[in-house]
Design a protein around this ligand. Structure first.
Ligand SMILES: [Zn+2]
Length: 252
C-alpha cells in the first residue's frame, strides 16, 4: 500500500524526517542516529539510497495502516521509511526490556530498533535477498550492531546487555529457528522478542570475529529468495562456523 506521511510536519536536516506535533526534538535525535548509521553502512556496503524517518504518535501511526501495532518500529516494505513510535509510554517493547534493565535503558533499546530497521533496508539494497525469517532478522541486527559497536559503544552495550539478560531469564515455548521461520509473529509477542534477543547474542559473536565482513561474505555464498532453511543455515555456517551448532543448541 502507499502511505502518505505528508500530513506530518517535516523537520529540517537529513535524512528527511517527519514528526507528530510535540516530538520535534526527539525526531531530531533519531534523525541524527539514523543519519550516522546510514552513512556508516553505506560506506561499508556500497549501498545507495535515501531513507526517511517518521516519528509518529499513536494517531499519526495509523497513517501507515493498521498492520503493525503501535510501538514496534518498522521499515516500509516498498519504500525507505523508518517508522518509529514517538512516545515510549504504551510501547510493550519498553515494558519487556524494563524487566531486565532500567526504564531509561529499555527506552533507549526500543529506539535503537530504528537502526535494526535501517539494517533491513541495507540488506535488501545490497542484494542479500533471502526469505523472511531468522537470517533476515539476524543480518539486520548484525549490521546495526556493527555501527553501534564502532560509533555508539554505550548503545552497543545496552543492546547486547538487555538482549543477553532476556535470553538468560526467559524460557520461551518456541526455540527453534525453523519454528520462527514458519510462524514468525505467530510465535507470540513475548516469544518473538526472545527470538530477536537470541539472534542479537549470536550477531554479537559474529561481529566479534568477522567485524563488518559477514554480510558481504554471506551474499557471496549465492543464497537467494528460493533458498531453503537448511541451505541458509549451511551458508551462514560456511561464513561463520558455529551457526549449525548454535541452531542445534537453540532447539535442544
Ligand atoms: Zn527486523
Amino acid at each position: 500500500m502507499t502511505t502518505d506521511w505528508t500530513t506530518l510536519a517535516e523537520i529540517a536536516g537529513e535524512p528527511r524526517t517527519r514528526a507528530s506535533v510535540g516530538y520535534e526534538d526527539r525526531a531530531a535525535e533519531l534523525q541524527e542516529l539514523v543519519g550516522d548509521s546510514h552513512a556508516f553502512l553505506s560506506g561499508h556496503l556500497g549501498t545507495d539510497f535515501a531513507p526517511s524517518v517518521v516519528v509518529a504518535d499513536a494517531r499519526g501511526w495509523s497513517l501507515g495502516g493498521d498492520e503493525i501495532p503501535y510501538g514496534i518500529p518498522y521499515a516500509s516494505d516498498n519504500g525507505f521509511d523508518l517508522v518509529i513510535p514517538a512516545d515510549p509510554a504504551g510501547n510493550f517493547l519498553v515494558d519487556a526490556y524494563a524487566e531486565v534493565g532500567s526504564r531509561a535503558s529499555a527506552e533507549r533499546f526500543a529506539d535503537l530498533i530504528a537502526v535494526h530497521e535501517l539494517g533491513h533496508l541495507h540488506a535488501r539494497e545490497m542484494g542479500l535477498d533471502v526469505p523472511q525469517g531468522w537470517l533476515v532478522e539476524l543480518v539486520a541486527t548484525y549490521l546495526s550492531y556493527c555501527f553501534l559497536a564502532e560509533q555508539r559503544p554505550a548503545d552497543a552495550e545496552i543492546w547486547h546487555r538487555l538482549a543477553q539478560a532476556r535470553v538468560d531469564s526467559v524460557t520461551p515455548e518456541h526455540r527453534s529457528l525453523e519454528t520462527l521461520d514458519e510462524l514468525y509473529f505467530g510465535v507470540g509477542a513475548e516469544n518473538y522478542i526472545w527470538y530477536q534477543d537470541a539472534l542479537t547474542v549470536m550477531a554479537v559473536r559474529v561481529h566479534a570475529v568477522l567485524g563488518i565482513g559477514f554480510a558481504t561474505a554471506l551474499r557471496a555464498t549465492g543464497i537467494g529468495p528460493e533458498s531453503s532453511g537448511p541451505e541458509l543455515l549451511a551458508a551462514a555456517d560456511r561464513v561463520f562456523p558455529g551457526f549449525e551448532e548454535w541452531a542445534a543448541e537453540l532447539r535442544s
